[in-house]
Design a protein around this ligand. Structure first.
Ligand code: PHE
Length: 340
């Protein structure tokens, strides 16, 4: 049997680094089968006159072991808590999935990449604009009904400040800042005062494009948009232009692509017409060029604008624009594989 002194030293020197060591300590000194317990069992072999003192000594040792155990336990618990607080930051939880890009971002990137491949650069700018950049410079006369088609959100105290209704405002900013040749695309969020339905929203995204140089023709525009459509929807896609009206382009057109689902035969997506509208376009009105300090006798160009939600709905065959803003993870997760 160990002496009291040896036992005391052992208890004192016992190093507790982790939960296993703490348990080992408990088994060795405090459990029913511990050394201290077996000393209690020795009492009956001790001469009666020494028993009292012997008993006292074991009790002291036992108290000492209990005290050490409690100290170790509380330091260990504190350390474990501190460690797990740190581990939360550094260790990935097994249940956290990586997530995916939002379908709107995926589509914006795809459109951008196609135009960047043919020499367009990307410009971005403010969502909060002034009347000049959104309307006046773009040839919207002051009381012209075309403004109603793009009603937006104004600030009562400063009616000149508004949320942009299209990213054409960035085309104005670009033309004001540089002389041709200009080849830019303008992706961004836009706003319109519209009731929210499955097909319209007061917030959506556009990519608009602008190409100004000498001798740019309607045929250049057609070819550029055909190239874009075939890269986006497949090499067999055809385009058609229908006359339209925008204050800032003359002539103006809406562009349809042949339905890439039915190949033009007629289906639900194209409402049995064989064609699906995807963008507006036209030759930049000379007034707009002059408003922005560009010589309209020397330069000409084309512009186009497409709605990203609409393109995304067409490409991924979803029928409710609100899905793109609700951010229901069950919907968004379906685009994981499209991120690459
Ligand atoms: N800015 C137009 C719109 O938002 C789209 C467009 C851009 C049309 C350029 C023609 C040329 O509706």
């Amino acid at each position: 049997m160990k002496s009291f002194e040896e036992l005391r030293k052992e208890i004192e020197n016992f190093q507790i680094e982790n939960a296993d060591a703490l348990e080992a300590f408990r088994l060795q000194f405090l459990s029913k089968k511990s050394e201290i317990q077996s000393m209690f069992n020795e009492i009956r072999n001790i001469p009666p006159e020494e028993r009292k003192q012997f008993g006292q000594l074991i009790n002291e040792i036992k108290d000492f072991a209990n005290k050490r155990f409690d100290e170790f336990k509380s330091t260990y618990d504190n350390r474990a808590n501190a460690q797990s607080a740190v581990a939360d930051i550094t260790r990935p939880d097994t249940n956290v999935s990586l997530g995916a890009m939002h379908p709107i971002s995926i589509m914006m990137d795809q459109v951008r990449r196609i135009f960047e491949d043919i020499g367009f650069s990307t410009v971005t700018g403010p969502d909060i604009e002034d009347d000049w950049h959104v309307f006046t410079a773009l040839n919207f006369a002051e009381e012209h009904p075309a403004r109603d088609m793009q009603d937006t959100f104004f600030i009562e105290l400063h009616p000149d400040i508004l949320l942009r209704t299209h990213t054409s405002s960035l085309q104005v900013r670009t033309m004001e800042a540089q002389q041709p040749p200009i080849r830019v695309i303008c992706p961004g969020r836009v706003f319109r005062n519209e009731a929210i339905t499955s097909r319209a929203h007061c917030i959506f995204h556009q990519v608009e494009g602008l190409y100004i140089a000498e001798n740019v023709s309607f045929a250049d525009m057609k070819q550029t948009l055909l190239y874009f459509s075939q890269r986006m929807f497949g090499p067999d896609v055809k385009i058609r232009l229908r006359p339209s009206y925008f204050p800032f382009t003359e002539p103006s057109a809406e562009m349809d692509i042949s339905c890439y689902i039915c190949g033009g035969e007629g289906c639900n997506l194209c409402k049995h017409t064989g064609w699906v509208e995807i963008l507006g376009c036209g030759m930049v009105d000379p007034n707009v060029l002059e408003n922005c300090g560009i010589d309209s006798k020397k330069y000409s160009g084309f512009a186009f604008g497409l709605g990203i939600e609409r393109m995304t709905m067409l490409k991924y065959k979803t029928n409710d624009i609100r899905l793109y803003f609700e951010n229901d993870v069950r919907f968004l997760e379906q685009f994981k594989s499209a991120t690459k």
